[in-house]
Ligand binder design. Structure first.
Ligand code: ADP
Ligand code: ADP
Length: 226
């Protein structure tokens, strides 16, 4: 687990207006931070800079006390869950979840232990031999989360993970994510458009606008009428 400390982070694509413009934000160890704001305000760009999928133009990205600006994604030990969870269609649920551990050459019995544990938490035990095509949207999302969990990453990053699901599943998954994050106590950064998600999941909410932080507040401060 790790804190994420951003200091004067700037991202320019080409020579246009900065997509992220002098953002400083400290996310505590174990904290659940929500990023909200209108489309194009820089949420995804910020997330991608944390995980290392986007170069930082200037500023410092410090994770667990270590400056990571020049570290490749694989050396940051973070786990990102996208909205289009890229599951491998030819692999079973078990192999999909195990995939990051195969990449890191984890021994078979350790793989089995961690996949079993993750599928237990996510209630996927009955589906381990199925292929993604035979799963519901919610089950697929849970497989993608399982893949994130087995990595034992220092932080979770979510980019609108529930936006493709119907209302009922979204509610279930919201509960699931909340339970899981509390159980694991893992630092989490979560991009969403959904006020209910921000309210129920976030310890704090960071509002971005045109690449800048407009406000950082608890969900209660932000959304409850005075
Ligand atoms: P959000 O996630 O809040 O919708 P983004 O981080 O995707 O915002 O985008 C922030 C700004 O950066 C937008 O103006 C967008 O057009 C621009 N942008 C994002 N990705 C790229 C890219 N790969 N090349 C050029 N501009 C980009
Ligand atoms: P390669 O460089 O081996 O072709 P990638 O660039 O896709 O493969 O990924 C290399 C490593 O970067 C992965 O093993 C993983 O640790 C990390 N990585 C890539 N994408 C992500 C992500 N979205 N979230 C977390 N880590 C990632």
């Amino acid at each position: 687990m790790a804190s994420i400390d951003m200091k004067n982070i700037v991202k320019k694509y080409g020579d246009g207006f900065p997509a992220v413009n002098d953002v400083s934000l400290d996310i505590a160890d174990g904290e659940f931070m929500i990023l909200v704001g209108p489309s194009g305000c820089g949420k995804s760009t910020l997330l991608r800079m944390i995980v290392g999928l986007e170069d930082i133009t200037s500023g410092d990205m410090v994770i667990g006390g270590k400056r990571v600006n020049d570290l490749a994604p694989r050396d940051r030990n973070l786990s990102m869950v996208f909205q289009n969870y890229a599951l491998y269609p030819h692999m079973t649920v078990y192999e999909n979840i195990a995939f990051p551990l195969r990449l890191s050459k984890t021994p078979d019995d350790e793989v089995r232990r961690r996949v079993t544990e993750a599928s237990d938490v996510l209630e996927l035990k009955e589906h381990l031999e199925r292929k993604p095509a035979n799963l519901s949207g919610g089950q697929r999302q849970r497989v993608a989360m399982g893949r994130a969990i087995v990595r034992q990453a220092e932080a979770f990053l979510f980019d609108e993970p529930l936006s493709n699901l119907d209302a009922k599943l979204r509610g279930q998954m919201r509960t699931e994510i909340s339970r899981l994050q509390r159980r694991l106590g893992i630092t989490t950064v979560y991009v969403t458009h959904d006020q209910t998600e921000a309210m129920t999941l976030g310890d704090r909410v960071c509002v971005l606008r045109k690449g800048k932080i407009q406000q950082v507040a608890s969900p209660r401060e932000l959304y409850e009428q005075p």
